[in-house]
Structures are given as C-alpha cells and as structure tokens.
Design a protein around this ligand. Structure first.
Ligand SMILES: Cc1ncc(COP(=O)(O)O)c(C=O)c1O
Length: 377
C-alpha cells in the first residue's frame, strides 16, 4: 500500500469542474489582479475568522512581512518569535530590518512558552512586537501572550499560516492578535493553485495600511505615501479559494477525526511508550494541518515507513536559531533545548481529509511492526 504524506488528487477530482468553471470566468473577464473575487474572498475570510477585515496578499510570507510593516516594525526593533517554525516566520522579521529574538516553545503544543516569554521581556529592550506561531494547526497560548503584550505595549501578530479555523477559547486564529497572517500555499488546509496569503485584522486603519503596502504604498495611482511592495492576490487564486472555502469545515472535521483515530489506534496497539501523539486541550480546536508525533528512533522509523510506502516529514529538522543565515544573532546549540529536542523527535504522519481508514490503519500497523521487530522493544 502507498500512503503519501499529502495527496491533493482526491480533492481536485471532487472540485475540478466547479473550480475550472470559476477560473474560466476570470479568464473571460480579463480582470486578473485585485478584482471582485479578491474582494469577495476578503469578506469571506474575515467572516470565517471572526474579524472585521482581511487583506489579500501574494503569500503567507508576505502576509507576515506586510503585517510587520503595518505595525511599524523596522530597523532598530526586535520581534519575539519561536525558533521552531517554518523559516518565513523569522525571515520576514529580518527582511523588514528588525531582529528576530527567539523564545523557546512548550513541549506539548510546540508553541511560544508564555513563562519564558515573560522572563525574556523583563530582560530585553527595544522589542516592538510579538509573533506567536500557531504551529501544525493549534493556537499558541494567546491569553498570557496578549496580557504580556498589553503590559509592554507590543503589537501581536499571529503567524496563523497553518491554522485557518483553529480556535482558542471559542475564538478563531487570526482574530486573537492585532493581525493574523495566513498562507494559501497548496498544502495548507485551504490551499490555492499557486501562492497566496491574507492578513486579518479588526482595525480599519491597519487594513487600509495593508492595502496600501501591497500596491507599493500607493492609495491612488502613481502617488506613493509610503514605500510598499508588489504583493497582490490575483483573481484566479481568489476564485479557486472561494470555491474551496465552502468545503473547508468539512475537510477540517475529517482531519480532526483522522487525528482522533490515530490517537485511539496508537493506544490500542500499545505504542504510547514509543510514539507520543499530539495533545489538544479542551479550550482549543486544532485543525491538524499536520499530525505530528514524537517518535523514538525517529529517523530509523521514518526510513522504515518510507520503505513501506508511507510518506512522512520532519518539521523542522534545524531550528531557526541554528540556521546559518542567523549566525550573526549569536545563538548557540543548547540555547533552546525544547525546540532542539522537538527537532530530533517530531515526525509528521499523513492526516489529509481524504485519507482512508484502511490507509490510516496501515500506517499504525507499520509503525507497530517497526517497534516490535527484534531488538526494538
Ligand atoms: C508557519 C508558517 N509561516 C509562514 C509560512 C509562509 O507561507 P507561504 O509559503 O505562503 O509564503 C508558512 C507556510 O509555508 C508556514 O507554515
């Protein structure tokens, strides 16, 4: 049996006609950039996330970069985030001329540890914003993070790239901070047919500023109020996303069911000493963009699964503080032990909505076989 980490084929087959019809309408209209589909999508995403505004941009990375710019972050500033994330989180901070300052994660959620954040904020100066990540589809502990932000007068920008539809105390990702940044990269829970992203906010002036920044800082043509960039969302991607957003809740429910089924199967198979499934507190709804376990002998298990036709991934093998490009920040191995341990143990298993029960059973049975083979117990 072959079980890829992610397959979009089933989803494409289901939506092909509907999506192609909408794409064709865009082509027939000959309006490709920032048209009625983008406007409608912005309203739909804002409604879905529970915010007043959403501003479409060219990618999730740009969503973070433009959000930082809209918050006035630039040279001389520091922005706190976690070293256990996709590169764009810290890369975007550096791109606006600010310095990423890392704080370690909680071992269970892989997200910003509020206690460590508190002690960091006591020591470090010139911090302008916090950039918590909702990794793998589960929200960071936003209540203490926001409380700290308020007391230190900091902006909170959520990296919600992996977390559309995730909830924290009944509120959706993207509505928890001052701005929320989403990616519509194809592998995301709501993915388009290329690159796209969006920033959510409740603040009208912030939304206006974002709209300006995405078109070279211009409010009316050829008049530039600030220096912005070209980061527009195009009509074809917006049309695709508008079809797909109608199915998002159904897909998310299936991801959650798959995750629950994995948890049950690992427990029934007596694998809990070998594999630690993700935990989600009752105050949160994870949307399982990834189902990530901690596994003993992770790399050997991964190889074994690959040999048996099962796709997995390591998110992320090298934490951001140890990346070559951030060497000048002066961090060393051992500075963020929780992130470094996660980088050695974490393994993402297939969890996409169309995964069949038999495929899921096969993944767990193969993991069981790996650990029961001679010498592994
Ligand atoms: C946590 C995180 N932040 C930012 C991004 C950047 O999004 P994009 O690939 O759309 O630029 C991604 C997605 O890849 C991500 O997973």
């Amino acid at each position: 049996m072959k079980v890829p980490l992610l397959s979009l084929t089933g989803q494409y087959r289901q939506l092909r006609r509907e999506v192609l019809r909408e794409v064709q309408k865009v082509c027939d209209s000959q309006r490709y950039i920032l048209g009625s589909n983008v406007e409608a999508l912005e309203k739909e995403i804002a409604r879905y996330c529970g915010t007043r505004y959403a501003v479409g941009v060219a990618s999730g990375s740009d969503a973070i970069r433009l959000a930082l710019m809209a918050a006035g972050v630039g040279p001389g500033h520091r922005v706190v985030t976690t070293p256990y994330s996709f590169f764009a989180t810290a890369g975007s901070i550096a791109l606006v001329g600010a310095v990423p300052v890392f704080v370690d994660i909680e071992p269970e959620s892989y997200n910003m540890d509020p206690e460590r954040l508190e002690s960091l904020l006591r020591k470090k100066k010139r911090i302008k914003a916090l950039l918590p990540v909702h990794l793998f589809g589960q929200c960071a502990e936003m209540r203490p993070v926001k409380k700290l932000a308020r007391s230190h007068n900091l902006a909170v920008i959520e990296d919600a790239a992996q977390a559309i539809g995730a909830e924290y105390s009944g509120r959706r990702a993207g509505s928890l901070g001052d701005m929320g940044c989403f990616s519509f990269y194809p592998s995301k829970n709501l993915g388009c047919f290329g690159d796209a992203g969006i920033v959510t906010t409740d603040n009208r002036r912030t939304a206006e500023r974002l709209k300006m920044l995405r078109v070279h800082g211009s409010r009316s043509q050829y008049l530039h109020t600030v220096v912005g960039t070209n980061s527009r969302l195009d009509e074809i991607q917006a049309a695709v996303l508008r079809v797909k957003i109608k199915y998002l809740e159904g897909w998310t429910e299936k991801r959650i069911k798959n995750a629950e089924r994995y948890n049950e199967l690992f427990s029934q198979a007596g694998l809990l000493g070998f594999v630690t499934p993700p935990t989600v507190p009752s105050s949160k709804r994870s949307v399982f963009n990834q189902y990530v376990v901690r596994a003993r002998q992770r790399d050997r298990l991964r190889q074994y699964l690959q040999k048996n036709g099962i796709g997995t991934a390591v998110y992320y093998p090298v934490p951001l503080h140890l990346q070559k490009c951030f060497r000048s920040l002066g961090y060393r191995r051992g500075d963020f032990p929780v992130s470094e341990k996660a980088a050695r143990q974490a393994l993402a298993l297939p969890v996409y909505p169309e995964l069949k029960k038999s495929e899921l059973n096969y993944v767990v049975a193969t993991i069981k076989r790996f650990y029961t083979r001679a010498g592994r117990r």
